[in-house]
Write a protein that binds this ligand. Structure first.
Ligand code: NDP
Length: 288
């Protein structure tokens, strides 16, 4: 069977992996990037380098965008005449807020193009694998028409019509990802100040970042509004968070992140939650 043509605009690590995955599946692939040299490796593998961004958009009905954010989409496509967009499907796999995704969908619609929002849940190494997943939202019939092609990239997880939804679900992942990963950088810096390497603490770090038992404990309680502090009082949490901050500072390591945790816990205690569960921080955060 003949694979449909695909255009990939934006050739950072993600866009390069995506264009490569489409090539691997036998799609004719047209590529464009602000810095043209980033297309060289893909051209050597059979991709067509568009001479202009307009040529890139008009080369395929399916146009995948992988740029740093939605402003970069406007910087890239904003100068094109509306005819270039008519009948195109813009699949925006760039990260941004739900509001930006909704505005992007309206912007595309005003130009006669359909817009699918995607939130990609894998680094470049996972592109091309069905074990990886991407959230999609936008018009269902548009998604259905292009699902097979999009599954060259990852498993496609369609969540609903709201163009902001895939961005929201993606950001829910990222709010946990960035803080968790930064907590790991913090631990590596603290370990290093004491002569321990990242390798030395790998088993410890792996166990510490598996929060499954805590999520399973808290989820039904939070959903029931139960913040009773039988086993995890916030006063204990504040004292413990201060021990972390003191240990970090004693080692001469930057304490910005643990200081922010102490500040949050302290505000929870000051709001009257000392004897409540640490989950009462959800209420503190919700009122900010
Ligand atoms: P970047 O986020 O660094 O994006 C690089 C691409 O954006 C390049 O093509 C770059 O062009 C382009 N770009 C940036 N600013 C502009 C601009 N003003 N005008 C035109 N083009 C611009 O790299 P990634 O490939 O890693 O990420 C792409 C998207 O995927 C991001 O939104 C990211 O958050 C998301 N993502 C990334 C993951 C990862 O592990 N890397 C995982 C999941 C999602 P140029 O080459 O000319 O600089």
């Amino acid at each position: 069977t003949t694979r449909r043509p695909v255009t990939v605009i934006g050739l950072g690590p993600m866009g390069q992996a995506m264009a490569g995955a489409f090539l691997d599946r036998g799609h004719p692939v047209t590529v464009w990037n602000r810095t043209p040299a980033r297309a060289d490796g893909l051209v050597a593998r059979g991709a067509v380098r568009a001479e202009s961004v307009r040529d890139a958009v008009t080369a395929s009905e399916l146009v995948v965008l992988s740029v740093i954010d939605y402003d970069a989409m406007y910087a890239t496509l904003g100068g094109l005449d509306h005819d270039a967009f008519a009948g195109r499907v813009l699949v925006n796999l760039s990260s941004d807020t739900p509001d930006k995704a909704r505005a992007g969908a309206a912007w595309a619609a005003a130009r006669g193009a359909a817009h699918l929002t995607g939130g990609v849940l894998t680094p470049p190494s996972g592109i091309g694998s069905a074990d990886s997943a991407t959230y999609y939202s936008g018009p269902k019939e548009v998604f259905d028409a292009h699902r097979t092609a999009l599954e060259a990239l990852t498993t496609a997880d369609y969540r609903g019509e709201d163009p902001g939804l895939a961005a929201l679900l993606y950001q829910l992942n990222m709010v946990m990802f960035w803080t968790s990963l930064t907590s790991y950088w913090q631990a590596v810096a603290l370990a290093g100040a004491h002569g321990l390497t990242a390798g030395d603490i790998l088993p410890l770090a792996t166990r510490a970042l598996d929060l499954t038992q805590f999520l399973e404990f808290y989820t039904p309680r939070v959903d029931a509004g139960d913040h009773s502090g039988a086993v995890d009082r916030l006063s204990m949490g504040l004292a413990s968070a201060r021990h972390v901050l003191d240990t970090v500072r004693d080692a001469g390591v930057d304490g910005t992140l643990p200081a922010a945790v102490v500040d949050l816990f302290r505000r929870g205690v000051e709001a009257g939650h000392a004897a409540d569960s640490c989950s009462s921080l959800v209420e503190v955060l919700s009122k900010s």
